[in-house]
Ligand binder design. Structure first.
Ligand code: NAD
Length: 292
């Protein structure tokens, strides 16, 4: 090699080695995320995943005590400047609008919206009261609509695009026994996300869906009436249910909140810049999906 060329190559290799040693910029640095149901199992795991990638996160939840516990839990690892909480009921039009307004003041806007707040409550159809049906529709279907509408208003005003992630459910695609209210509400979330992917695309707003299969560990849903209802339907207890879900998965593994958080991270980050209106099922390969 001519002397100058050899020198250039050596110089380039040294510069490359220096770059390799430099800390990589975090994938969500400078972004602001709101996670509804942020005090729950999947919501808090998702918030933590985003924080670990440098995002500022607002945890929004109806449960003030659980919010305080979640913030205390994160306090040791993340500064109060990057993690905030807001008590918010996703079924309240004014409450949702106020949460976004506060976020605009505190963080200057929003880039990532995770619609995740939810309940699980169902019964055989003949025992499904109008109240039970409406409760599912109001928190899951209407709640996702209100959070999305406010998000679109803010994202379109900002004019720099954004990412919405809907945490729906495998039950929004597949029927589950004695759970028609929940399954129907979850199906509406998935369809809403796909409609909004269509509407948001011209403004660079991506909308995608993460469908968890049963996540028994860490989820508050699985300690109350839903647990009792599912245990009754399948004639087993919590351990038996977890084993049943594990056994029906191809990978024979339980799905954890952190697994859902990873899919929520994928859709929030630029790695998925060309995905919208898409669904990731996090179900360890649910056998039933392969046999219908
Ligand atoms: P979780 O109960 O641990 O968390 C849900 C959170 O939503 C709670 O902190 C709760 O206080 C909050 N919430 C409920 N109603 C609200 C309201 N009106 N306004 C604001 N916040 C409200 O449950 P999770 O397992 O973390 O569930 C999160 C999401 O994932 C839900 O939408 C759920 O339907 C969905 N999902 C869960 C599972 C599972 O097996 N855990 C499976 C599929 C889908």
């Amino acid at each position: 090699l001519p002397e100058q060329e050899a020198f250039d190559i050596e110089y380039w290799l040294l510069e490359e080695a220096k770059l390799q040693r430099m800390p990589k910029p975090k994938a969500l640095a400078g972004r602001v995320a709101i996670v509804t149901g942020g005090a729950g199992g999947i919501g808090s795991a998702t918030a933590e995943r985003y924080l670990s990638e440098g995002a500022c996160v607002v945890l929004a939840d109806i449960d003030a005590d659980a919010l305080a516990r979640t913030q205390d839990n994160l306090a040791g690892r993340y500064s109060k400047d990057v993690v905030r909480t807001v008590q918010m009921d996703v079924t309240s039009e004014d409450g949702v609008a106020q949460a976004y307004a506060d976020m605009a003041v505190e963080f200057g806007g929003v880039d990532i919206v995770v619609s995740n707040a939810g309940i699980a409550s169902s019964a055989p159809i003949e025992d499904t009261t109008l109240d039970l049906w409406n409760k599912n529709m109001s928190i899951l279907s209407t709640g996702y609509f209100l959070v999305a509408r406010a998000a679109f208003q803010m994202l379109k005003t900002q004019g720099i695009g954004g990412s919405m992630v809907f945490v729906a459910s495998k039950n929004g695609l597949a029927a589950s026994p004695n759970a028609s209210a929940y399954c129907t509400a979850k199906a509406s979330e998935i369809h809403l996300a796909r409609c909004l992917a269509l509407e948001g695309a011209p403004d660079g707003i991506r909308v995608n869906v993460v469908n968890p299969d049963a996540v028994l560990r860490g989820s508050k849903i699985w300690s109350g009436e839903w647990l009792e209802q599912r245990a009754g339907t399948y004639q087993t207890d919590k351990e038996g249910l977890e084993d049943m879900y594990r056994q029906r998965s191809l990978l024979k593994r339980s799905v954890l909140p952190e697994d859902i958080a990873e899919a929520c991270y994928f859709f929030a980050s630029d790695v998925s810049a060309k995905s919208t209106g898409n669904i990731i099922n996090v179900d360890a390969g649910n056998v039933q999906s392969f046999t219908r």
